[in-house]
Ligand binder design. Structure first.
Ligand code: ADP
Length: 221
């Protein structure tokens, strides 16, 4: 059976969540208090309805508790985001993901039962800053305060060397999870694998070790 999602708030964030869920074959109920927004999405999602999500009766009438996952994508109106999350939790929704605007908002959301809290602007800001600081960094995913997964362009100093020659795990304490070469991705690179120009490495490790690796083996000169 298809998974059923409800997305509340059809701004840029909620809107792109809706489109991607549909692209992945999911069923999506889109909710917004603005008739214009609902009109914009009515032909994109499975159902689109005009409703104020802080209205408990409206949420009940939509059968919101039967959805597998509800995403609260209300942006600036923090009060509405909090009230909506509280009600979804009280109505027994199993999985609630909420977009937080700032750290205070996140603290409150944690207390009132959001199961997952996302910070899209902050996360994208961090990724872009990494890319700006080091031109070799293509993408960056924070796993915790200390650990990340980073996608890097292999530096000149690595070209023609094997993973054994570079001895990255022993020297830096990080792991190369995968190597992208043109359209191919090798998800279990072997020790004798030679790095060539244009290779993209996906590495996992502690931020301080990845930093050291970037400074020594990438082309920063
Ligand atoms: P973004 O930053 O992702 O673009 P916005 O703050 O611009 O987010 O958009 C949030 C959307 O949420 C708007 O379309 C707004 O009409 C909708 N919204 C805000 N409060 C409620 C509410 N209580 N019920 C339903 N929709 C709401």
């Amino acid at each position: 059976m298809k998974k059923q999602f409800a997305v509340i708030g059809l701004g840029r964030f909620g809107g792109s969540i809706c489109k991607e869920l549909i692209r992945q074959g999911m069923e999506v109920l889109a909710i917004d208090q603005s008739p214009e927004k609902v009109d914009e999405y009515k032909d994109i999602v499975t159902h689109a309805v005009v409703a104020n999500s802080t209205d408990e009766i409206a949420l009940k009438n939509l059968g919101i508790r039967n959805f597998d996952h509800v995403i609260v994508a209300i942006g600036d109106d923090i009060q509405s985001s909090i009230l909506t999350t509280l009600m979804l939790n009280e109505l027994g929704v199993k999985h609630i993901t909420v977009k937080a605007q700032n750290d205070y908002h996140e603290k409150v959301l944690e207390k009132i039962g959001a199961h997952e809290i996302v910070h899209p602007e902050r996360d994208i800001g961090i990724r872009i800053a990494h890319h700006i600081v080091s031109k070799n960094v293509l993408d960056y995913l924070e796993l915790s305060d200390e650990y990340s997964i980073v996608e890097l362009i292999a530096g000149e100093k690595m070209h023609g060397k094997t993973l054994i020659d570079l001895d990255i795990r022993a020297k830096y304490g990080i792991n190369i999870m995968a190597i992208k070469r043109n359209e191919n991705i090798n998800v279990s690179p072997q020790a004798h694998e030679k790095i060539i120009r244009g290779d993209i490495l996906i590495v996992i490790g502690a931020d301080k070790d990845i930093d050291r690796f970037e400074k020594q083996l990438l082309d920063e000169d």
